[in-house]
Design a protein around this ligand. Structure first.
Ligand code: NAD
Length: 280
């Protein structure tokens, strides 16, 4: 990873932070996209301790807002002529349904639209790296989810766990369509399930959901273990040519039938581009 530039969202906590630190120790320069300035500063200190010879950086953005996604991507594109790895990893689950200022259901906006918008907005910088890799953190929670493509804005009241499962189904469908569109460019796109990991995940969800996740986390794996598949997909020579796959424990895994539906993947892409107002 020597000399490589890694842009990572959700890199100030949980599996994203562990992955950022491991990739920095391998020689990568890390560009964090973070929401919270004090957390970003704390992670930058840890990154500098782990890899003191590199100038790691952080950009602040609330990735549930379309304008912020576009603004931060433009700032990074200005600073970085070439991006070798983009890790789309920021995500959350919310007990109560909420709409963002863009009139999008908040889980869908953060967990799916931020992956879509950042990837598209940084596409030229990824292509400039020739053999760049895109790594999208999905989840086994997508199993059993059915996404209503005619209602991407979720006007029918989706929220809580249902919205989370759908957003993670979107991560896999997005990865499939992205890999198809990138074929022949040398840029790969894969996604992963990290396992059930004891991170901050769920702490801010609110209501019963936070308490349920807290209890479940007593049986979860550590962030060190959970980050391994991100690190593998971002750096392993073995994964260099693999694209369009869903991984678990550093091995390809089979996602649900809904997550393998290429028609849905194309349609999700088209509708996401419309919502973002981006040519894709
Ligand atoms: P975490 O809560 O520790 O980390 C989530 C990260 O996302 C944090 O850095 C947070 O600041 C960032 N984030 C949240 N909202 C944001 C916003 N509006 N703008 C910018 N950044 C924002 O949890 P984690 O477990 O490390 O989660 C990372 C990813 O792993 C998520 O996509 C999650 O869905 C996925 N995942 C987690 C588990 C698990 O068991 N923890 C299981 C499967 C998938």
């Amino acid at each position: 990873m020597n000399g490589k530039v890694v842009v990572i969202t959700g890199g100030t906590s949980g599996i994203g932070e562990v992955a950022a630190l491991e990739l920095a120790k391998m020689g990568a320069r890390i560009v964090l996209i973070a929401r919270d300035a004090s957390r970003a500063d704390a992670t930058l200190v840890r990154l500098r301790n782990a890899a003191p010879n590199l100038v790691h950086s952080a950009f602040l953005a609330d990735l549930s807002r379309l304008a912020e996604m576009k603004r931060v991507a433009a700032q990074i594109a200005d600073q970085e002529p070439r991006i070798d790895v983009l890790v789309n990893n920021a995500g959350a689950i919310f007990a109560a349904r909420q709409l963002t200022e863009d009139a999008l259901e908040r889980t869908f906006a953060l967990n799916h639209m931020s992956y879509f918008v950042l990837t598209l907005a940084l596409r030229e910088r990824l292509l400039a790296a020739k053999a760049a890799r895109i790594v999208n953190t999905a989840s086994a929670a997508h199993h059993g989810a059915a996404f209503d493509l005619d209602d991407v804005r979720s006007t029918k009241g989706l929220g809580g766990m249902k919205a989370y499962r759908c957003s993670k189904l979107c991560n896999i469908l997005f990865t499939r369509e992205l890999a198809r569109r990138l074929r022949g460019t040398g840029v790969t796109a894969n996604c992963l399930h990290p396992g059930f990991v004891a991170t901050r995940f769920g702490d801010q969800s609110g209501g019963m959901l936070s308490r349920l996740v807290w209890v479940a986390k007593l049986f979860a794996i550590s962030p060190d273990e959970g980050a391994q598949t991100i690190v593998y997909l971002a750096s392993s020579p073995e994964a260099a040519k693999i694209t369009g796959q869903y991984f678990h424990k550093c091995r390809p895994a089979i996602p649900s039938a809904a997550a393998q539906d290429d028609r849905s993947a194309r349609e999700l892409w088209r509708r996401s581009a419309d919502l973002a107002g981006m040519n894709a």
